[in-house]
Design a protein around this ligand. Structure first.
Ligand SMILES: Cc1cc2nc3c(=O)[nH]c(=O)nc-3n(C[C@H](O)[C@H](O)[C@H](O)COP(=O)(O)OP(=O)(O)OC[C@H]3O[C@@H](n4cnc5c(N)ncnc54)[C@H](O)[C@@H]3O)c2cc1C
Length: 467
């Protein structure tokens, strides 16, 4: 472990008080390994600021001593961006977790960066409103982390990602200055969009301390159905036809039989037969009088032999059970080891082609692997998980990642749909971004963080300046 610069810890305790600075290695340990257990970090201390003023004081000290700062929310990120690096501090937002009140007139709420997604859902629902981003890590993922990664999740198709839900942000820059724009005005064309810039910045430009979120009306019951089909292209056709029939689709997720079998083994349950088709399209749609007829009409448009089985969840409990088959993919895969985990997006027209070739592609790069593909079908977003590659992060690992990411780009896709770049994908950012774009990004980074203390190595691979 790299030592703290002389006087740094004393200055930090002065700034945050003893409760705000953790150096006990047992307490620090969970902050220094990522959710996948792939990235093992290191840090001088874990900081636990209680409010924005604490964050300001902490950033001033770090700036003065040249100590790198890794902001951390729920530590559920999947690209290795949230664990400390040698000589850094992890700044945990766990105490910045204030909620609301809900501004019912504006349908907005201001929350601390450390508020969990779950807590925001519950608070919004009490006011008869809904925060429309949802993802399986909802119990731990924080709003700050979700803004920093521009998280997507289950309802992007209908409501867009985090970026579309933000009415304003308060954040602390590397030198301790605060940019605060939390009014939540619907129209506000006053120069550069700093809020938009921080969304997706993965802790490299500022520490987000509070966020103004837009809420939407609760729209009554949803109907969940699973449709098992022979080919991925049939799932896409069905989704298109369901939407064309006027059904409001909240989520449209794809799972494959192989993934369902893995979940079944992990949770010790037998899946319904509709989920044992080669592909299952899971849909959550807004219920209504005519919805069953509209869905039936859409199902009839499938060619003979394409539809294998379908199942409608009749109760809320059975709907939750159906969704669990999708949501428990990530943990079921992780139970078998550390996977090569890639989150990519493709033009809808190339999705089926990509999926059809993925097993052979991976097999050529590293024979004998177990490839799991699932994801947010309506967004063209597939999660590709490869189990059975030895030596996390080694040469074989990199070859598999490189092969898949280059294929994605060849088909016109993005190497990161919603998880971000982090440390994991920094070496491949140039596949999606031109030299001019990369140099504009570096210029922004230099302007806001001239000594490169904010999350070094993430996104652009910029190294921290030695103290
Ligand atoms: C089971 C599971 C399911 C998931 N499903 C989805 C999904 O459907 N869609 C999706 O998009 N993601 C998904 N994720 C990934 C993850 O939940 C998201 O990336 C989430 O946004 C991370 O939030 P967090 O609070 O855990 O952030 P962390 O993991 O703590 O941090 C993530 C990044 O954000 C930065 N950061 C955190 N807080 C701040 C802050 N306050 N200010 C500045 N930077 C900050 C960190 O430095 C890091 O670079 C899933 C993860 C798991 C484990």
């Amino acid at each position: 472990m790299r030592q703290a610069p002389n006087g740094f810890l004393a200055a930090m305790v002065d700034a945050l008080g003893p409760d705000g600075v953790v150096t006990d290695s047992d307490v620090m340990a969970p902050h220094l390994v990522d959710w996948m257990r792939r990235y093992h970090g290191d840090a001088i201390a874990v900081l636990r600021p209680a409010d924005t003023e604490d964050v300001v004081r902490a950033m001033r000290v770090c700036h003065r001593f040249g100590v790198a700062v890794v902001a951390q929310g729920g530590n559920t990120g999947l690209v290795g961006g949230s664990v400390g690096t040698p000589g850094s501090v992890v700044l945990s937002t766990s105490r910045l977790n204030h909620l609301g009140p809900v501004d019912e007139e504006a349908s907005q709420i201001t929350v601390g960066a450390g508020a969990t997604l779950d807590a925001v859902h519950v608070t919004a629902a009490h006011a008869g409103l809904r925060f429309p981003v949802d993802l399986a890590a909802r119990g731990s993922a924080t709003i700050g982390g979700m803004v920093a990664t521009n998280a997507g999740g289950l309802s992007v198709l209908r409501f867009g990602p985090m970026r579309a839900q933000i009415g304003g942000i308060e954040a602390v820059l590397a030198d301790g200055s605060v940019i605060s724009h939390l009014q939540g005005l619907i129209k506000d064309n006053t120069g550069y969009d700093l809020v938009g810039l921080l969304c997706g910045s993965e802790g490299t430009l500022a520490v987000i301390t509070a966020v103004r979120l837009r809420l939407v009306p609760l729209d009554g019951p949803h109907l969940t159905l699973a449709v098992g089909v022979e080919r991925l292209s049939a799932a896409l056709t069905l989704l298109r036809n369901v939407r064309a029939a006027g059904v409001v689709v909240d989520s449209a997720e794809l799972i494959r039989r192989r993934g369902v079998e893995l979940v079944a083994a992990h949770v010790g349950k037998t899946p319904p037969t509709a989920l044992l088709a080669p592909f299952t399209l899971l849909l959550a749609v807004v219920a209504g009088e005519t919805v069953h007829d509209r869905l039936a009409t859409a199902l009839e448009t499938l060619k003979p032999g394409e539809l294998i089985d379908s199942l409608v969840a009749e109760t809320e409990a059975s709907a939750r059970e159906l969704w669990a088959w999708r949501e428990r993919h990530t943990e079921s895969i992780s139970a078998h080891g550390i996977p090569v985990k890639l989150d990519v997006s493709l033009p809808i027209s190339r999705l089926a082609e990509f999926e059809a070739g993925i097993d052979a592609l991976v097999d050529r790069a590293h024979p004998g692997c177990d490839v799991h593909v699932f994801g947010h079908l309506g967004d063209g977003n597939l999660h590709v998980n490869v189990l059975g590659v030895d030596g996390s992060g080694g040469a074989d690992w990199t070859r598999v990642e490189d092969t898949i990411l280059r294929r994605v780009v060849e088909l016109g896709g993005s190497i990161s749909a919603e998880h971000g770049i982090g440390r994991m994908k920094a070496p491949w950012l140039h596949l999606n971004r031109s030299p001019a774009e990369l140099s504009a990004m570096r210029a922004i980074k230099r302007a806001l963080d001239p000594t490169a203390i904010l999350n070094p190595g993430v996104i652009l691979g910029v190294e921290a300046v030695e103290p």
